[in-house]
Design a protein around this ligand. Structure first.
Ligand SMILES: NC(=O)c1ccc[n+]([C@@H]2O[C@H](COP(=O)([O-])OP(=O)(O)OC[C@H]3O[C@@H](n4cnc5c(N)ncnc54)[C@H](OP(=O)(O)O)[C@@H]3O)[C@@H](O)[C@H]2O)c1
Length: 342
């Protein structure tokens, strides 16, 4: 009898050891359509020196997620399979690697982690300390997870690259989108006069976000409305980028997130052109958290989906017509995780 109990207890111990070494994650084993997204067991990552293990509560969805899934980024980033997608998260610090000094276990954090490594569609993620910040106090995890990638991209475009000054005139294409809705609010926070484009259904949203001159691109040509612009933020590319040159004033700047603008054209017109690739920055995220907590910046959520609906989340994001952000709920807040196959 005692031997049987010992055997059971050993077995249970082994099971719990295995459980603590694995986690649930959405991974891809090859590039492809939404069908390559697989909900499965994956090794639970361990934080190395300078890294933090975070229990993920929610993950923001961005176009980069389905672009990576489809293989669009394979010439730029050498991802290894199986790969966990999703580079936007909010969660709780679970374990610290050696030398981590700015965070402690239990801290509520948010991050845009390095997109060349495994992402946040998982129970746990390891993030480098400089890529993390305490999440805004005023947001719960679902809303906090909507912020990092899009808000950092808007911040780095408007402030680091374009050097936006109070009083300048800014045109933001797709002001209702993930990046655009943060860009509008950040430009207003800095004291700019903001033009922004979206379709008819998103005109009220643009005005609620603080846009001074909302342009319905289905009814009006933006070139007829926006003139003498200091900064254009191009989130669309193609014809929209091409037509944007004509609205810039001399010494203005065209910043694109989707397609490097022509240097020759910029020189010819006496303006500046830049392509921005948003990057992780915990210090900037800490600044952004302060602005959120001051009430001057807020994420707009298009919808919250369970992790089990990740395929739908990708299809919606790829439609190019969601407003604000889609967020995946990963932990239900009491320590258990969504556990349905997508
Ligand atoms: N380089 C970087 O670091 C970086 C970082 C983030 C994102 N990006 C890229 O930037 C792009 C935008 O990202 P996102 O997350 O903001 O996308 P998103 O949230 O999917 O953008 C959707 C928004 O775009 C609007 N839209 C669609 N067509 C439009 C048009 N012709 N004119 C004006 N608005 C239009 C839609 O409004 P309506 O429904 O009203 O049309 C919708 O609200 C993506 O290609 C993404 O990959 C690049």
């Amino acid at each position: 009898m005692t031997r049987t109990l010992e055997a059971i207890s050993k077995h249970m111990g082994a099971l719990s050891e295995i459980k603590s070494q694995t986690m649930k994650a959405i991974r891809i084993h090859r590039y492809g359509g939404p069908e390559v997204l697989r909900y499965e067991d994956a090794p639970r990552p361990k934080p190395q020196a300078g890294e933090v293990l975070v229990r993920v509560h929610a993950a923001g969805v961005n176009p980069i997620d389905w672009k990576v899934r489809e293989g669009d980024m394979k010439d730029f980033w050498s991802h290894k399979f199986p790969l966990i997608l999703g580079w936007d998260l909010s969660g709780v610090v679970e374990q610290l690697g050696k030398g981590v000094s700015r965070f402690k276990i239990g801290d509520e954090v948010y991050s845009l982690p390095d997109p060349t490594r495994n992402g946040a569609y998982a129970d746990y993620i390891v993030v480098r300390e400089p890529e993390l910040a305490l999440k805004p106090n005023s947001l719960h995890h679902i809303r906090a997870a909507a912020v990092p990638l899009a808000a950092l991209t808007a911040w780095q475009s408007l402030f680091d690259t374009a050097q936006l000054q109070p009083g300048q005139r800014v045109l933001i294409h797709a002001g209702s989108g993930g990046v655009g809705h943060f860009a509008v609010q950040l430009a207003k926070w800095k004291g700019a006069y903001v033009f922004a484009t979206a379709s008819t259904k998103n005109q009220d949203l643009l005005r609620e976000l603080g846009v001074d001159n909302a342009i319905d691109y289905t009814q009006q040509r933006f070139v007829d409305v926006a003139r003498n612009i200091d900064i254009v933020l191009d989130t669309i590319g193609g014809e929209t980028q091409e037509r944007s040159w004509s609205v810039l004033k001399k010494d203005g700047v065209l910043v694109s997130l989707v397609q490097p603008p022509s240097e020759e054209k910029a020189e010819e017109l006496g303006v500046r052109a830049a392509f921005v690739a948003g990057h992780p920055d915990g210090a900037q995220l800490a600044e952004i958290a302060k602005i959120v907590d001051s009430g001057k910046l807020a994420p707009v959520i298009d919808r919250i989906l369970p992790l089990s609906e990740v395929r739908r989340a990708h299809e919606l994001s790829k439609s190019g017509h969601t407003h604000g952000k889609i967020v995946l709920r990963i932990s239900n807040g009491n320590g258990t995780t969504e556990r349905k196959q997508p």
